[in-house]
Design a protein around this ligand. Structure first.
Ligand SMILES: [Mg+2]
Length: 126
C-alpha cells in the first residue's frame, strides 16, 4: 500500500483529502506544520507528499529546500515524490516549486478533491 503524507494546516482540507485518498486505497498520515512534516519524514518512508506552502513555523518552501538538499536527518529521500497543493498560483511560484523538485504543482482552487486523487494515481502509477 502506497503511503502518502498529507501536509496542510487546514484541518477541514485534511479531513476531506484524507478520506478521498483512503477510499482510493492509500495509507495516509497528516501533518499540520512544517516541523511536523519534517519529523514524520524522519519517522518513516513515504511514497508521496502532498505539500501545502503556507504553513505555520516552517513554510512549504523551506521543507522543499530541506528535502532537496536531503537535510532531513540521514534519510534517503531520493524516491520521495513531492506534489505541491497550494492557493498560491502565480507563475513564479509554480516555477519555484518545480525548480525545487516538486513533480507537480496543483493550485487548490483549480482541483476538486477527486481530481487531486486522480493526479496522485497518475504520479504513483497505482
Ligand atoms: Mg496552508
Amino acid at each position: 500500500m502506497k503511503k502518502i503524507l498529507l501536509a496542510d494546516d487546514d484541518p477541514l482540507l485534511i479531513q476531506v483529502y484524507s478520506n478521498k485518498l483512503k477510499s482510493a486505497g492509500y495509507e495516509v498520515e497528516a501533518a499540520q506544520s512544517g516541523e511536523e512534516i519534517l519529523r514524520r519524514l524522519l519517522e518513516r518512508k513515504f511514497d508521496l507528499v502532498l505539500l501545502d506552502i503556507v504553513l505555520p513555523e516552517i513554510s512549504g518552501w523551506e521543507v522543499l529546500e530541506k528535502i532537496k538538499e536531503r537535510r532531513v536527518g540521514s534519510k534517503n529521500l531520493e524516491d520521495l515524490k513531492i506534489v505541491i497543493i497550494s492557493n498560491l498560483g502565480q507563475r513564479s511560484e509554480v516555477e519555484k516549486g518545480l525548480k525545487l523538485g516538486a513533480v507537480k504543482y496543483l493550485v487548490k482552487s483549480h482541483y476538486t478533491p477527486s481530481q487531486i486523487v486522480e493526479e496522485v494515481k497518475q504520479i504513483l502509477g497505482v
